[in-house]
Design a binder for this molecule. Structure first.
Ligand code: NAD
Ligand code: MG
Length: 388
């Protein structure tokens, strides 16, 4: 029996992780659950999985009567509070940690988990975008297996398993093109959160759904792939594939291209990460290629998706540049969702923030946090003062 901690248990990936774990009761049990504020869903998860430890990040959720009720109802469970509680839970011993907190808030718990688990199933791509060089080295030094959960990286991970590095020509990440792929470029300034949140193929949290619309998500995934697979940026390509049936591809030096196909549901890459290297029979559905019909591929349009090139440039420049890009994007996406700025302001905010924060070539972890804070403040004031 392997003991699993799920960081971000109430989110889209967290809920899918628990679905996988529920389906394999003879293999997995839950030892820790952490979330930000959704106590209603958390209380259902506690009563079903009976973890040893629970952590809630949001301070006002910790002050609520529901949280007090949970504490008095489950006297055998240890309840931890605030960011420090999330970090403490992430550092408690377990076999596998699923890192599925959204955004930059996932970095500190991911780092804490490296000291306590044997395998890290990594959904939080921001961990690698912000601190890839340091994080990959830390995982290797501690002997922690790092298994990607992001569907594209999960696909590549399984495809390159038996390949030598010099046999790989390049990897090709597929992108759905997001909710606005057929939207006219001239009208993008008028896009509302409702329109941008309607993802055509994947059901996900709101931040990543907006990131998919701008293709910032694919750009972050390019940086994630660079760190996970140790490939230069010119060996990582992106192609739009509207059906999301091919999860990604690997081209070998002889010109062959291997594609990983499957149902569009995150339970598959999550199960893959939990049970790797085994293949597990399951009842989560099967790909019906006849039903899928034709599969299409096309190059992306720079005018519609400037974020992708920005991410390549940020990744190539390295240092603290991806940290700044990620922080500014996070602020701009939530400002757009809160209707405080427009859709096209997302990339403009990122561009302007990147121009204002000083470059650091080889940031240590403290400088990474410092660059993150500086970029957050810069992006917030750009939006507040309407200087975008
Ligand atoms: P989500 O918004 O649905 O869920 C986020 C989870 O993180 C929730 O449980 C929330 O309570 C928790 N959380 C948020 N802020 C927190 C904080 N400050 N402290 C503690 N917990 C906090 O997000 P999601 O779509 O599940 O995405 C999670 C991560 O997985 C992201 O990094 C995303 O890029 C990545 N990812 C998601 C998908 C997907 O299909 N949803 C696919 C690939 C990768
Ligand atoms: Mg992905």
């Amino acid at each position: 029996m392997q003991r699993v901690t799920v960081l971000g248990s109430t989110g889209s990936i967290g809920v899918s992780s628990l679905k996988v774990i529920r389906s394999l009761p003879e293999r997995f049990s839950i030892c820790g659950l952490a979330c930000n504020s959704n106590l209603k869903l958390l209380s259902e998860q506690i009563s079903e999985f009976m973890p040893a430890v629970v952590a809630v990040g949001d301070r006002s959720a910790c002050d609520s009567s529901l949280f007090r009720e949970l504490k008095s109802l489950y006297k055998n469970i240890e309840f931890l509070e605030g960011d420090s509680g999330i970090r403490e839970l992430a550092g408690r011993p377990c076999d596998i940690t699923v890192s599925a907190i959204v955004g930059s808030a996932g970095l500190v718990p991911s780092i804490a988990a490296l000291d306590s688990c044997k395998r890290l199933a990594l959904a939080n791509k921001e961990t690698l975008v912000m601190a890839g060089d340091i994080f990959i080295k830390m995982a290797a030094d501690r002997g922690v297996e790092l298994i990607p959960v992001d569907s594209e990286h999960s696909a590549v991970f399984s495809l390159i398993h038996n390949l030598e590095q010099d046999e790989i020509e390049r990897i090709i990440l597929t992108a759905s093109g997001g909710s606005l792929r057929d939207y006219p470029v001239a009208e993008l300034d008028n896009v509302t959160p409702e329109i941008a949140l309607k993802h055509p193929t994947w059901s996900m949290g709101s931040k990543i759904t907006i990131d998919s619309a701008t293709m910032m998500n694919k750009g972050l995934e390019v940086i994630e792939a660079h760190h996970l697979f140790g490939l230069d940026y010119d060996r990582i390509s992106v192609i739009i594939h509207p059906e999301s049936v091919v999860h990604s591809m690997v081209e070998t030096v002889d010109g062959a291209v291997y594609a990983h196909m499957g149902v569009t549901d995150m339970v598959f890459p999550i199960m893959g990460a939990l049970t790797w290297p085994e293949k597990t029979r399951n009842s989560f559905g099967r790909l019906d290629l006849a039903k899928a019909g034709s599969l299409n591929f096309r190059a992306h349009d720079n005018e519609k998706y400037p974020a992708l090139d920005m991410c390549y440039a940020a990744g190539r420049k390295g240092g603290n540049v991806p940290v700044v890009l990620n922080a500014a994007n996070e602020i701009a996406v939530y400002a757009f969702l809160d209707r405080k700025s427009g859709y096209m302001d997302i990339v403009r905010t990122v561009e302007k923030t990147m121009a204002r924060v000083a470059y650091i070539a080889n940031p240590g972890i403290e400088e990474i946090f410092e660059s993150h804070r500086e970029a957050v403040d810069t992006a917030l004031s750009l939006i507040r003062e309407k200087k975008i």
